[in-house]
Write a protein that binds this ligand. Structure first.
Ligand code: URC
Length: 293
């Protein structure tokens, strides 16, 4: 039996960075969680403890902060590309880098109806995300959204499923459909306007969830992914993870009341988890875009 070192990577996880850009008295915030992962010739440290090729994770963290000072952070995809190219371009044995960034949104506080210059309120749990991979000089960008919580109070049915001796679920032609969207989309091509693309993809995801009459969350998932691919040529592939946040009708009959789809119990667990990929048949090769997450 021979034992060998398999795929590996290392880096600093969840560097919390808040950058304030001052434009006169108006301040702009970037609130990011940045994770770095480096790949390459790293056998020595694993096999013998020789660290000559190990750029310390502490240095990686410092680089994130220094880069935030040396140039405006800008869009998370560009910041990730700059960091990934720096690590792969300056360390001979580092041939690949994955930079993952979550962006936490802040809204300006309105004071007397006017947006304040330097006071903000947290936008909620939703996060814009990216995972940039640079490998042997090529780059792949997978961006997305986490925690986009949506609900429709009608326009959703679920019936026609098999019934065996364990099935109790009632068929329904009118239910609440609710989920917290985790979406990832893989970009292809050049010259992408990251901010505009994110804004439009988010809009398409939301509009499709709202307008697609749903016979299953699976059908809604496919419709959402397909709508993004139809609207956005820069997207090669969409992956969605949709927890089915069940809302059960409360039995009000003990109180002599008829529940006409008005009173629900919002269960938090267990939940159905519907996941899938929607892609173009002529999409560019994904390369290492999804490897070793
Ligand atoms: O949209 C749904 N898909 C399912 O696969 C499923 N299973 C279930 O119990 N409820 C639902 N709803």
């Amino acid at each position: 039996m021979a034992i060998t070192l398999g795929p590996n990577q290392y880096g600093k996880a969840e560097v919390r960075l808040v950058a304030v850009r001052r434009e006169g008295s108006v301040h702009h915030l970037k609130d990011l969680t940045v994770s770095t992962s480096l790949r390459g010739e790293l056998a020595a440290t694993h096999l013998t403890g020789d660290n000559a090729g190990v750029l310390a994770t502490d240095t990686q963290k410092n680089t994130v902060y220094a880069f935030a000072k040396e140039a405006p952070v800008g869009e998370i995809e560009d910041f990730g590309l700059r960091l990934a190219r720096h690590f792969t371009g300056t360390q001979d044995n580092i041939t690949g880098a994955r930079i993952k960034i979550d962006e936490h949104g802040w809204d300006r506080i309105a004071v007397g109806g006017e947006p304040h210059d330097h006071a903000f309120s947290r936008a909620g749990d939703e996060r814009r995300t990216t995972a940039v991979t640079v490998q042997d000089g090529r780059a792949w960008v997978v961006s997305g959204v986490d925690g986009l919580v949506v609900l429709k109070s009608t326009g959703s049915e679920f019936h026609g499923f098999p019934r065996d001796k364990y099935t109790t679920l009632a068929e329904t032609d009118d239910r609440i459909l609710a989920t917290a969207v985790t979406a990832r989309w893989r970009y292809q091509g050049e010259g992408i306007d990251w901010a505009a693309s994110h804004r439009e993809i988010r809009r398409v995801l939301l509009e499709t969830f709202a307008t697609k009459h749903s016979l299953s969350l699976q059908q809604t998932l496919y419709a959402m992914g397909a709508a993004v691919l139809e609207a956005r040529p820069e997207v090669a592939e969409v992956r969605l993870s949709l927890p089915n946040k069940h809302h059960f009708l409360v039995d009000l009959s003990p109180f002599g009341l008829k529940n006409e789809n008005e009173v629900f119990y919002a269960a938090d667990r267990p939940y159905g988890l519907i996941e899938g990929t929607v892609l173009r048949d002529d999409a560019e090769d994904p390369g290492p875009a999804w490897d070793l997450h």
